[in-house]
Design a protein around this ligand. Structure first.
Ligand SMILES: [Zn+2]
Length: 222
């Protein structure tokens, strides 16, 4: 009920104030409308639509606006939940969700790791065969790995967009260190949620982030 109310507010906001817009170089802007039944996320130049961000998700993917800003993807139901596009970082968050939905095999691994994890924690202290620390650590690792993969996709895809559209997206977020902090802040949530025995598990190093940002076309040209 409350969610619907918030969604209506955003819709009214769009009608009165216009869509949310994020401005880039060369007169290009990302125009987002999330209040309608079919949210649209389009890069526009003048009157021309130059790229539809939702096209990066597999055909038939349903994009759903969640006013609580809970970004989420499910390959099983072919749904991506998105929040308000309040800043340039939302592009990376959206592409992270696209990364999840483009890799359904990761979702299967993550889901079984999650139930495995819960099973181990739930049966702790009993005579369960699953009480070993090693199993818990592996389940946690698999969950985090799915997140890492989705971020790697997001960073690479953002770079490709920057090249193809001739705009600077990540530059607006800062340097490599700041982008690493942005990504790590999401990964830490998982690290905190599944803390058992993963304190030694690295999230991303600056070098790794840099490697995702190497322009793929440049790499091929070398
Ligand atoms: Zn994720």
């Amino acid at each position: 009920m409350f969610k619907n109310f918030e969604a209506k507010i955003e819709k009214a906001r769009e009608v009165i104030l216009g869509p949310r817009e994020i401005y880039f170089e060369n007169g290009i802007k990302l125009v987002t409308r999330v209040g309608s039944d079919e949210p649209s996320l389009k890069f526009i130049k003048g009157d021309d639509k130059i790229f539809d961000l939702t096209k990066l998700a597999p055909e038939g993917t349903k994009i759903i606006f969640d006013p609580k800003n809970e970004w989420e993807a499910s390959a099983k139901t072919k749904e991506i939940k998105i929040g308000k596009f309040t800043g340039v970082d939302c592009i990376l968050t959206f592409l992270h969700e696209v990364g999840h939905i483009n890799k359904p095999e990761d979702e299967d691994i993550t889901n079984s790791a999650k139930s495995h994890y819960n099973h181990i924690v739930y049966n702790k202290g009993s005579n369960s065969d699953f009480s070993s620390d090693e199993l818990l650590k592996n389940a946690s690792k698999e969950i985090i790995q799915g997140e890492r993969n989705a971020w790697a996709y997001s960073l690479r895809q953002t770079r490709t967009l920057e090249r193809e559209l001739g705009i600077d997206i990540m530059g607006k977020m800062g340097n490599v260190k700041q982008i690493k902090e942005f990504v790590d802040s999401f990964l830490s949530v998982y690290k905190n949620r599944y803390p058992e025995k993963i304190s030694d598990l690295d999230i991303f190093s600056e070098e790794e982030i840099e490697s995702f940002l190497i322009d793929q076309a440049e790499k091929r040209a070398v």
